[in-house]
Design a protein around this ligand. Structure first.
Ligand code: FES
Length: 229
């Protein structure tokens, strides 16, 4: 038995946001929280607000959310680590997600993902040295009718090939304008996060949700068969 004290290595508290940042974020947080009957219901958009500020959800952002909502850091962490849209490490300007779920995978998603990994020199969740692209393989994005798809900051790039995906990555890294196959023009990961937090999306085409021909093909077949019978 020794009377030496037992020292526990505890991790240090994260640095809080600087006062001017916190003040700005509190205004946004108040706006978000006011949309819900219970403050804790605002946690998901608040985590997006943190990603809009930091590019990921770290200790500072977790403490901020906990303070705003009267939750514990553990409660906020439990939610932030459950959903894969919240990143735990800094993210590049463009989050490139390759769908490798069943249908996209067999239609070429696996080959696209492999080609991007080789070309960019990064693996799942990693960011290129220039801070431009974070690559991830992602689950089904409900665009199977356009398989294989990749998503850049959650905008759709349909019917891709390894060649077209590499061209998109190169254009993004070169700072060229890249247009998604449908929907609104691309914005950065942090700007996207702010939109996901519930702030207005003023991009042209952002609210156009008309289904395309591949999406309606099944319905068309069913209607034709029904009319024929
Ligand atoms: S399997 Fe890729 S979008 Fe559904």
């Amino acid at each position: 038995m020794t009377d030496q004290p037992i020292l526990l290595q505890l991790s240090s508290r994260p640095e809080p946001y600087p006062p001017h940042v916190r003040q700005r974020m509190e205004v946004d947080a108040k706006d978000i929280i006011a949309r819900y009957p219970q403050p804790r219901s605002a946690l998901l958009p608040l985590l997006h607000l943190v990603q809009a500020e930091d590019g990921y959800v770290g200790g500072t952002g977790i403490d901020f959310c906990a303070d705003q909502l009267g939750l514990t850091g553990a409660e906020v962490t439990a939610v932030a680590t459950f959903y894969s849209m919240y990143r735990r490490v800094p993210t590049g300007d463009y989050h490139v997600g390759v769908c490798t779920n069943t249908l996209c995978a067999v239609m070429g998603g696996d080959a696209i993902y492999e080609a991007l990994q080789q070309h960019l020199g990064v693996k799942h969740g990693e960011t290129t040295d220039d801070g431009t692209i974070t690559l991830e393989h992602i689950e089904c994005n409900a665009a199977c009718d356009y398989a294989p798809v990749i998503m850049v900051n959650w905008e759709f790039f349909d019917n891709q090939t390894p060649e077209s995906a590499l061209a998109i990555a190169d254009a993004l890294r070169a700072g060229h304008r890249v247009r998604p196959t449908r929907g609104a023009p691309l914005c950065t990961f942090r700007e996207t996060a702010r939109i996901l937090a519930g702030f207005p999306d003023d991009r042209p085409g952002a609210l156009d949700g008309a289904p395309g021909a591949p999406t309606l093909a099944g319905l068309q077949c069913a209607t034709t068969e029904e009319e024929a019978s």
